[in-house]
Design a protein around this ligand. Structure first.
Ligand code: DI6
Ligand code: FE
Length: 404
């Protein structure tokens, strides 16, 4: 049993508030927290069982950060498309001309599994350096059974090797690959057909789709979701990023863990999310990098009581972001979230977006996943641009990263 003392706790317990507690302490045993509170309240029977102790020197302690939406595994980069867009080409124009997601599919298929692993490991390490202890990684750049399998296997290996919880999402319905050109419905059949095989290999925690004019229709997405439901897999959706197709309403009908992006979400979409249990995952990196001007309906989501998560959406086309702290800042500056909402978005609400009940807050029974920061108040996590205040990341009670 380990006692962590002199912690300035931001527990994020309850539905709002930082849950601040100075002179706090945590007791961890194995991978979990046994007790969290003020040190002078530590029960005697626990105090007598402590084997090791660590003084955190009054530093800020928050739950470990959770990045609930990434596409970290892919071949190549798309800096050239970034240049084209700066010169006026739109993301949709580039996609329709065969660039965009499809150009990354070509590069991903051409890469060996070792190359995919090495490139993704470097990117993942950047997220971990800032305190990420759980990360979601989607497939979606392979678009064949073998290539999707390879990408999900890479995601799984990364989790073991880099000591981070990786949740694997099957995004076969990301784009129509060249061998199915003009036959989107046949491709959706294939995507549905591969799902069970991927699941049997333990490579699928959830199923996602890109429901969009340049992606898949609501009817096609429904077929993907029905297959997922038949296999007992939870769903989530890229919805209303570039246009309002009503994918959010469909996702809510299927009890989706989250609906992500939502810039073009309609009042009817907000209504569907309200009380559905689905999380609105906001992705300020993609909004910024696409120079989007249509804001997600934040105030309406807030008034409807929809939990909001913040993630990097790391991908080579629309969000080459490798800093969840920067996304927290941008959620405040661009989307007008409060720092508390943004930090909750990268902890407790991100956990909800992944269907994980055992993390995201500091309290007894939760996983001992937490970060120790060189900060006097948690609002500093939303404040700096490009400073990394992480001192210590603890995952499952074990110190993973230290700068203390
Ligand atoms: N929405 C996105 O922002 C990414 N995927 C998606 O469905 C973009 C993927 C890419 O351009 O490579
Ligand atoms: Fe995405």
């Amino acid at each position: 049993m380990k006692l962590w003392t002199q912690a300035h706790l931001a527990t994020l317990t309850g539905e709002s508030g930082w849950g601040l507690l100075e002179h706090g302490a945590l007791v961890s045993e194995g991978e979990h927290l046994l007790w969290v509170g003020a040190l002078d309240q530590l029960p005697h029977e626990l105090a007598t069982q402590i084997d090791t102790q660590q003084d955190l020197g009054g530093a800020l302690v928050t739950p470990g950060l959770i990045d609930a939406h990434t596409h970290l595994v892919y071949g190549g980069l798309r800096a050239n498309e970034f240049e084209q867009r700066l010169q006026g080409a739109s993301y949709e124009d580039i996609a329709k001309a065969g660039g965009g997601i499809r150009s990354t599919v070509t590069a991903t298929r051409a890469a060996s599994e070792a190359q995919l692993y090495d490139a993704a490991a470097k990117r993942l390490q950047a997220l971990l350096n800032e305190g990420v202890t759980t990360v979601e990684i989607k497939s979606g750049y392979g678009l064949s059974l073998d290539a999707e399998l390879a990408c999900l296997r890479v995601a799984q290996r990364l989790g073991t090797a880099l000591n981070v919880d990786v949740r694997k999402t099957y995004l076969g319905a990301h784009a129509v690959p060249p061998e199915f050109a003009g036959r989107a419905d046949a491709y959706v059949d294939a995507v549905c057909g591969w799902m069970a095989a991927l699941q049997q290999q333990g490579l699928v925690d959830a199923v996602d789709a890109f429901c969009e004019g340049i992606g898949f229709t609501v009817a096609q997405t429904r077929r993907v979701f029905e297959t997922a439901r038949g296999l007992g897999l939870p769903v989530k959706l890229h919805a209303e990023q570039l246009s309002d197709l009503g994918g959010t309403q469909l996702a809510c009908e299927f009890g989706a863990l989250s609906c992500d992006h939502l810039e073009y979400l309609s009042p009817a979409g907000v209504q569907a999310l309200a009380g559905s249990g689905s999380v609105a995952t906001l992705l300020p990196g993609a909004y910024y990098f696409l120079r989007e001007t249509k804001l997600p309906p934040i105030q309406a989501l807030r008034e409807a009581g929809v939990p909001m998560a913040i993630a990097t959406d790391h991908n080579p086309g629309t969000s080459p972001a490798l800093s969840l702290l920067l996304m927290i800042n941008m959620a405040c500056t661009l989307f007008r979230l409060t720092p508390e909402e943004a930090v909750r978005g990268a902890t407790i609400n991100a956990a909800r977006a992944l269907g994980l009940k055992d993390r995201g807050q500091l309290q007894a029974g939760q996983r001992a996943d937490f970060c120790v920061w060189d900060a006097a108040h948690p609002n500093e996590l939303a404040y700096f641009l490009g400073r990394n205040p992480l001192l210590l990341a603890v995952r499952g009670g074990q110190i993973r990263t230290t700068r203390m």
